[in-house]
Write a protein that binds this ligand. Structure first.
Ligand SMILES: NC(=O)c1ccc[n+]([C@@H]2O[C@H](COP(=O)([O-])OP(=O)(O)OC[C@H]3O[C@@H](n4cnc5c(N)ncnc54)[C@H](O)[C@@H]3O)[C@@H](O)[C@H]2O)c1
Length: 334
Protein backbone atom coordinates (compact mmCIF):
# COMPACT_ATOMS: atom_id res chain seq x y z
CA UNK A 1 0.00 0.00 0.00
CA UNK A 2 1.03 3.60 -0.51
CA UNK A 3 0.60 5.51 2.72
CA UNK A 4 0.81 9.28 3.14
CA UNK A 5 1.26 10.61 6.69
CA UNK A 6 0.75 14.25 7.59
CA UNK A 7 2.78 15.36 10.60
CA UNK A 8 5.40 12.68 9.87
CA UNK A 9 8.09 14.54 11.85
CA UNK A 10 5.82 14.49 14.89
CA UNK A 11 5.56 11.94 17.64
CA UNK A 12 2.69 9.70 16.46
CA UNK A 13 3.24 10.35 12.74
CA UNK A 14 6.83 9.13 12.88
CA UNK A 15 5.93 6.01 14.90
CA UNK A 16 3.11 5.18 12.47
CA UNK A 17 5.60 5.62 9.61
CA UNK A 18 8.00 3.19 11.29
CA UNK A 19 5.29 0.56 11.71
CA UNK A 20 4.13 0.95 8.11
CA UNK A 21 7.68 0.68 6.73
CA UNK A 22 8.34 -2.41 8.85
CA UNK A 23 5.30 -4.04 7.26
CA UNK A 24 6.56 -3.31 3.76
CA UNK A 25 4.35 -0.37 2.81
CA UNK A 26 5.53 2.60 0.77
CA UNK A 27 5.54 5.65 3.05
CA UNK A 28 5.67 9.35 2.32
CA UNK A 29 4.66 12.29 4.43
CA UNK A 30 4.78 16.00 5.09
CA UNK A 31 5.37 18.30 8.02
CA UNK A 32 5.71 22.06 8.42
CA UNK A 33 7.92 21.61 11.51
CA UNK A 34 5.82 23.88 13.71
CA UNK A 35 6.17 20.98 16.18
CA UNK A 36 8.02 17.66 15.93
CA UNK A 37 11.70 17.12 15.08
CA UNK A 38 12.90 16.54 11.55
CA UNK A 39 15.14 13.70 12.71
CA UNK A 40 12.02 11.83 13.84
CA UNK A 41 11.25 11.06 10.18
CA UNK A 42 12.31 7.44 9.68
CA UNK A 43 14.82 6.47 7.05
CA UNK A 44 12.98 4.97 4.13
CA UNK A 45 10.10 7.42 4.24
CA UNK A 46 9.87 10.12 1.58
CA UNK A 47 9.68 13.46 3.40
CA UNK A 48 8.35 16.83 2.22
CA UNK A 49 8.59 19.97 4.31
CA UNK A 50 5.19 21.31 3.32
CA UNK A 51 2.18 22.75 5.11
CA UNK A 52 -1.06 20.73 4.87
CA UNK A 53 -2.95 23.97 4.23
CA UNK A 54 -1.26 24.14 0.80
CA UNK A 55 -3.97 22.49 -1.28
CA UNK A 56 -1.93 22.34 -4.50
CA UNK A 57 0.96 20.62 -2.69
CA UNK A 58 -1.46 18.17 -1.00
CA UNK A 59 -2.96 17.35 -4.41
CA UNK A 60 0.52 16.62 -5.80
CA UNK A 61 1.64 14.55 -2.82
CA UNK A 62 -1.46 12.36 -2.50
CA UNK A 63 -1.53 11.23 -6.14
CA UNK A 64 -1.58 7.41 -6.27
CA UNK A 65 -1.85 7.15 -2.46
CA UNK A 66 -4.12 4.43 -0.95
CA UNK A 67 -4.25 5.58 2.66
CA UNK A 68 -3.88 8.97 4.33
CA UNK A 69 -3.08 9.24 8.03
CA UNK A 70 -3.79 12.77 9.12
CA UNK A 71 -1.86 13.44 12.32
CA UNK A 72 -0.62 16.97 11.53
CA UNK A 73 -1.93 19.38 14.11
CA UNK A 74 -0.99 21.99 16.66
CA UNK A 75 -2.30 19.94 19.56
CA UNK A 76 -2.01 22.76 22.09
CA UNK A 77 -5.12 22.52 24.19
CA UNK A 78 -4.12 24.95 26.96
CA UNK A 79 -2.59 27.44 24.52
CA UNK A 80 -5.61 27.37 22.23
CA UNK A 81 -7.57 29.96 24.24
CA UNK A 82 -4.61 32.34 23.87
CA UNK A 83 -3.51 31.54 20.29
CA UNK A 84 -6.77 30.41 18.68
CA UNK A 85 -5.94 31.54 15.14
CA UNK A 86 -2.77 29.50 14.92
CA UNK A 87 -4.33 26.44 16.60
CA UNK A 88 -7.53 26.43 14.52
CA UNK A 89 -5.62 26.99 11.27
CA UNK A 90 -3.40 23.97 11.92
CA UNK A 91 -6.20 21.79 13.29
CA UNK A 92 -9.35 22.50 11.30
CA UNK A 93 -8.24 24.29 8.12
CA UNK A 94 -5.35 21.93 7.44
CA UNK A 95 -7.84 19.04 7.64
CA UNK A 96 -10.00 20.71 5.01
CA UNK A 97 -7.18 20.90 2.47
CA UNK A 98 -5.63 17.46 3.00
CA UNK A 99 -9.07 15.81 2.87
CA UNK A 100 -10.02 17.76 -0.26
CA UNK A 101 -6.81 16.59 -1.96
CA UNK A 102 -7.45 13.00 -0.83
CA UNK A 103 -10.95 13.04 -2.32
CA UNK A 104 -9.68 14.52 -5.60
CA UNK A 105 -7.08 11.73 -5.84
CA UNK A 106 -9.56 8.99 -4.90
CA UNK A 107 -7.67 7.93 -1.79
CA UNK A 108 -9.32 4.77 -0.46
CA UNK A 109 -9.17 5.43 3.27
CA UNK A 110 -8.62 8.48 5.47
CA UNK A 111 -7.55 7.86 9.08
CA UNK A 112 -7.99 10.96 11.21
CA UNK A 113 -6.30 11.47 14.57
CA UNK A 114 -8.81 13.38 16.65
CA UNK A 115 -8.38 14.00 20.38
CA UNK A 116 -10.04 13.30 23.70
CA UNK A 117 -10.52 17.09 23.84
CA UNK A 118 -13.61 16.30 21.71
CA UNK A 119 -15.38 15.09 24.86
CA UNK A 120 -14.80 18.19 27.01
CA UNK A 121 -16.21 17.83 30.53
CA UNK A 122 -18.58 14.91 31.02
CA UNK A 123 -20.47 13.83 34.09
CA UNK A 124 -18.86 10.42 34.13
CA UNK A 125 -15.48 9.00 33.27
CA UNK A 126 -14.14 7.12 31.43
CA UNK A 127 -15.34 8.77 28.20
CA UNK A 128 -16.95 6.41 25.72
CA UNK A 129 -17.22 7.03 21.99
CA UNK A 130 -21.02 7.33 22.08
CA UNK A 131 -21.06 10.27 24.51
CA UNK A 132 -22.36 13.62 23.30
CA UNK A 133 -19.26 15.71 22.62
CA UNK A 134 -18.89 18.97 24.55
CA UNK A 135 -15.49 20.36 23.55
CA UNK A 136 -14.66 23.39 25.64
CA UNK A 137 -11.65 25.06 24.08
CA UNK A 138 -10.69 26.12 20.53
CA UNK A 139 -8.49 23.04 20.09
CA UNK A 140 -11.24 20.58 21.06
CA UNK A 141 -13.82 22.54 19.05
CA UNK A 142 -11.54 22.45 15.97
CA UNK A 143 -10.87 18.74 16.37
CA UNK A 144 -14.56 17.93 16.67
CA UNK A 145 -15.46 20.29 13.80
CA UNK A 146 -12.84 18.56 11.65
CA UNK A 147 -14.52 15.23 12.44
CA UNK A 148 -17.90 16.60 11.33
CA UNK A 149 -16.36 18.08 8.19
CA UNK A 150 -14.70 14.74 7.33
CA UNK A 151 -17.92 12.78 7.89
CA UNK A 152 -19.68 15.07 5.46
CA UNK A 153 -16.99 15.05 2.76
CA UNK A 154 -16.37 11.30 3.00
CA UNK A 155 -20.03 10.39 2.83
CA UNK A 156 -20.65 12.62 -0.20
CA UNK A 157 -17.58 11.39 -2.11
CA UNK A 158 -17.32 7.79 -0.91
CA UNK A 159 -13.94 7.92 0.87
CA UNK A 160 -13.63 5.52 3.82
CA UNK A 161 -13.17 7.35 7.12
CA UNK A 162 -11.87 6.10 10.45
CA UNK A 163 -11.56 8.42 13.44
CA UNK A 164 -8.97 7.56 16.07
CA UNK A 165 -9.12 9.33 19.41
CA UNK A 166 -5.62 9.07 20.86
CA UNK A 167 -5.24 10.27 24.41
CA UNK A 168 -2.24 11.12 26.54
CA UNK A 169 0.15 8.91 24.60
CA UNK A 170 3.72 9.31 25.76
CA UNK A 171 7.07 8.00 24.58
CA UNK A 172 10.34 8.75 22.88
CA UNK A 173 10.28 11.33 20.03
CA UNK A 174 7.74 13.49 21.80
CA UNK A 175 8.84 17.11 21.79
CA UNK A 176 10.37 17.82 25.21
CA UNK A 177 11.62 21.39 24.74
CA UNK A 178 8.13 22.75 24.06
CA UNK A 179 6.79 24.79 26.98
CA UNK A 180 3.22 24.57 25.69
CA UNK A 181 2.51 20.82 25.77
CA UNK A 182 3.59 17.26 26.71
CA UNK A 183 3.56 17.35 30.51
CA UNK A 184 5.57 14.16 31.11
CA UNK A 185 8.34 15.13 28.67
CA UNK A 186 8.52 18.67 30.11
CA UNK A 187 8.86 17.32 33.66
CA UNK A 188 11.62 14.90 32.66
CA UNK A 189 13.52 17.60 30.75
CA UNK A 190 13.28 19.92 33.77
CA UNK A 191 14.20 17.37 36.43
CA UNK A 192 17.14 16.09 34.40
CA UNK A 193 18.40 19.70 34.49
CA UNK A 194 17.97 19.72 38.26
CA UNK A 195 14.95 22.03 37.97
CA UNK A 196 11.61 21.70 39.75
CA UNK A 197 8.52 20.90 37.66
CA UNK A 198 5.75 23.47 37.35
CA UNK A 199 2.20 22.25 38.00
CA UNK A 200 -0.94 24.17 37.02
CA UNK A 201 -3.62 24.28 39.73
CA UNK A 202 -3.28 21.91 42.69
CA UNK A 203 -2.10 18.95 40.61
CA UNK A 204 -5.15 16.82 41.41
CA UNK A 205 -6.37 16.83 37.81
CA UNK A 206 -6.38 13.22 36.61
CA UNK A 207 -5.17 11.64 33.39
CA UNK A 208 -4.40 8.19 32.02
CA UNK A 209 -1.12 7.85 30.12
CA UNK A 210 -0.27 5.18 27.60
CA UNK A 211 3.06 4.23 26.10
CA UNK A 212 3.34 4.64 22.36
CA UNK A 213 4.36 1.04 21.64
CA UNK A 214 1.09 -0.14 23.17
CA UNK A 215 -0.96 2.05 20.83
CA UNK A 216 0.80 1.99 17.51
CA UNK A 217 -0.40 -1.43 16.34
CA UNK A 218 -3.99 -0.28 16.93
CA UNK A 219 -3.43 2.85 14.90
CA UNK A 220 -1.91 0.73 12.14
CA UNK A 221 -4.88 -1.64 12.05
CA UNK A 222 -7.21 1.27 11.40
CA UNK A 223 -5.87 1.42 7.86
CA UNK A 224 -6.64 -2.17 6.98
CA UNK A 225 -9.56 -3.65 8.92
CA UNK A 226 -12.97 -3.55 7.22
CA UNK A 227 -14.97 -3.44 10.44
CA UNK A 228 -13.55 -0.09 11.59
CA UNK A 229 -14.77 2.00 8.66
CA UNK A 230 -17.06 4.78 9.88
CA UNK A 231 -16.08 4.18 13.51
CA UNK A 232 -14.74 6.50 16.18
CA UNK A 233 -12.31 4.60 18.43
CA UNK A 234 -10.49 5.74 21.56
CA UNK A 235 -6.84 4.76 21.42
CA UNK A 236 -5.14 4.59 24.79
CA UNK A 237 -5.44 2.95 28.19
CA UNK A 238 -8.04 3.05 30.91
CA UNK A 239 -5.96 1.37 33.56
CA UNK A 240 -3.66 3.65 35.59
CA UNK A 241 -5.63 6.82 36.33
CA UNK A 242 -3.11 9.20 37.97
CA UNK A 243 -3.04 12.79 39.17
CA UNK A 244 -0.47 15.21 37.78
CA UNK A 245 1.06 15.23 41.28
CA UNK A 246 1.49 11.45 41.10
CA UNK A 247 3.03 11.76 37.66
CA UNK A 248 5.64 14.19 39.02
CA UNK A 249 6.28 11.91 42.02
CA UNK A 250 6.82 8.88 39.79
CA UNK A 251 9.29 10.72 37.54
CA UNK A 252 11.11 12.10 40.59
CA UNK A 253 11.39 8.61 42.08
CA UNK A 254 12.79 7.19 38.84
CA UNK A 255 15.35 10.01 38.71
CA UNK A 256 16.07 10.00 42.43
CA UNK A 257 15.17 13.69 42.41
CA UNK A 258 14.10 15.68 45.48
CA UNK A 259 10.71 16.97 44.46
CA UNK A 260 9.28 20.37 45.46
CA UNK A 261 6.91 21.26 42.60
CA UNK A 262 6.14 24.89 41.83
CA UNK A 263 2.36 25.38 41.81
CA UNK A 264 0.92 28.00 39.46
CA UNK A 265 -2.62 29.21 38.87
CA UNK A 266 -4.71 26.66 36.91
CA UNK A 267 -5.20 27.23 33.20
CA UNK A 268 -8.62 28.36 31.94
CA UNK A 269 -10.89 25.61 30.64
CA UNK A 270 -8.65 22.73 31.75
CA UNK A 271 -10.70 19.54 32.10
CA UNK A 272 -10.31 18.11 35.61
CA UNK A 273 -10.99 14.42 35.04
CA UNK A 274 -10.14 13.06 31.63
CA UNK A 275 -9.77 9.45 30.71
CA UNK A 276 -11.23 7.33 27.95
CA UNK A 277 -12.61 3.82 27.88
CA UNK A 278 -10.54 1.37 25.84
CA UNK A 279 -13.37 -1.20 25.59
CA UNK A 280 -14.07 -0.55 21.93
CA UNK A 281 -10.38 -0.72 21.01
CA UNK A 282 -10.06 -3.98 22.96
CA UNK A 283 -13.04 -5.44 21.10
CA UNK A 284 -12.25 -4.23 17.59
CA UNK A 285 -8.47 -4.01 17.61
CA UNK A 286 -7.34 -6.46 20.29
CA UNK A 287 -5.90 -3.57 22.31
CA UNK A 288 -3.87 -4.56 25.34
CA UNK A 289 -1.05 -2.91 27.24
CA UNK A 290 2.39 -4.19 28.04
CA UNK A 291 3.93 -1.04 29.46
CA UNK A 292 3.08 0.29 32.90
CA UNK A 293 3.34 4.07 33.36
CA UNK A 294 6.66 3.56 35.13
CA UNK A 295 8.10 1.38 32.36
CA UNK A 296 7.05 3.93 29.73
CA UNK A 297 8.55 6.82 31.69
CA UNK A 298 11.84 4.91 31.99
CA UNK A 299 12.02 4.69 28.19
CA UNK A 300 11.36 8.41 27.88
CA UNK A 301 14.03 9.23 30.43
CA UNK A 302 16.54 7.10 28.47
CA UNK A 303 15.56 8.85 25.24
CA UNK A 304 15.93 12.37 26.65
CA UNK A 305 19.20 11.46 28.39
CA UNK A 306 20.57 10.07 25.13
CA UNK A 307 19.54 13.13 23.08
CA UNK A 308 20.54 15.53 25.82
CA UNK A 309 18.35 17.90 27.80
CA UNK A 310 17.26 21.05 25.96
CA UNK A 311 16.45 24.64 26.75
CA UNK A 312 12.73 25.34 26.23
CA UNK A 313 11.92 27.16 22.99
CA UNK A 314 9.09 29.70 22.96
CA UNK A 315 8.43 29.13 19.28
CA UNK A 316 4.76 30.12 19.17
CA UNK A 317 3.21 33.58 19.46
CA UNK A 318 0.75 34.38 22.22
CA UNK A 319 -2.06 36.07 20.27
CA UNK A 320 -4.01 37.15 23.35
CA UNK A 321 -2.04 38.61 26.22
CA UNK A 322 -4.05 39.68 29.25
CA UNK A 323 -4.47 38.92 32.93
CA UNK A 324 -5.49 35.35 32.15
CA UNK A 325 -2.40 34.44 30.13
CA UNK A 326 -0.32 31.98 32.18
CA UNK A 327 2.74 33.64 33.71
CA UNK A 328 4.74 30.52 32.87
CA UNK A 329 4.54 31.54 29.21
CA UNK A 330 4.57 35.32 29.61
CA UNK A 331 7.62 35.26 31.85
CA UNK A 332 9.18 32.24 30.11
CA UNK A 333 9.46 30.30 33.35
CA UNK A 334 10.25 26.87 31.89
N1 LIG B 1 0.07 12.28 21.62
C1 LIG B 1 -1.12 12.24 22.17
O1 LIG B 1 -1.30 11.78 23.27
C2 LIG B 1 -2.33 12.74 21.47
C3 LIG B 1 -3.48 12.91 22.22
C4 LIG B 1 -4.61 13.38 21.59
C5 LIG B 1 -4.59 13.64 20.25
N2 LIG B 1 -3.46 13.48 19.54
C6 LIG B 1 -3.53 13.81 18.13
O2 LIG B 1 -2.64 13.00 17.40
C7 LIG B 1 -1.99 13.76 16.40
C8 LIG B 1 -0.50 13.67 16.55
O3 LIG B 1 -0.12 14.16 17.83
P1 LIG B 1 1.38 14.16 18.30
O4 LIG B 1 1.36 13.99 19.76
O5 LIG B 1 2.16 13.22 17.46
O6 LIG B 1 1.79 15.67 17.99
P2 LIG B 1 3.14 16.25 17.38
O7 LIG B 1 3.12 17.71 17.62
O8 LIG B 1 4.32 15.49 17.88
O9 LIG B 1 2.99 15.98 15.83
C9 LIG B 1 2.21 16.77 14.98
C10 LIG B 1 3.06 17.20 13.80
O10 LIG B 1 2.23 17.94 12.91
C11 LIG B 1 3.00 18.98 12.35
N3 LIG B 1 2.10 20.01 11.84
C12 LIG B 1 1.29 20.85 12.54
N4 LIG B 1 0.57 21.62 11.72
C13 LIG B 1 0.92 21.27 10.46
C14 LIG B 1 0.52 21.70 9.18
N5 LIG B 1 -0.38 22.69 9.02
N6 LIG B 1 1.09 21.14 8.09
C15 LIG B 1 2.03 20.16 8.25
N7 LIG B 1 2.44 19.71 9.42
C16 LIG B 1 1.90 20.25 10.53
C17 LIG B 1 3.90 19.43 13.47
O11 LIG B 1 5.06 20.07 13.01
C18 LIG B 1 4.22 18.12 14.18
O12 LIG B 1 5.44 17.56 13.74
C19 LIG B 1 -2.53 15.18 16.52
O13 LIG B 1 -3.56 15.34 15.58
C20 LIG B 1 -3.07 15.25 17.92
O14 LIG B 1 -4.14 16.14 18.02
C21 LIG B 1 -2.32 13.05 20.13
Amino acid sequence: MKVFITGIAGFLGSHIADAMLADGHEVSGCDNLIGGYVDNVPEGAEYYQVDCCDLEAMKRLTKGVDIVYHTACTAYEGLSVFSPTMVCQNTYMNTVSIATAAVINRVKRFVYCSSMARYGTQEIVPFTEDMVCRPQDPYGISKYSAEQFLKCLCSVHGMELVIAVPHNIIGPRQKYDDPFRNVASIMINLMLQGRQPIIYGDGTQKRCFSFVQDDIYCLERLAFQDDVVGEVINIGPDEEFVTINQLAETIARLLDFELHPIYMQGRPQEVKMATCSADKARKLLGYHTEYSLEKGLEQMINYIREKGTKKFRYHLDLEIVNGKTPKTWLNRMF
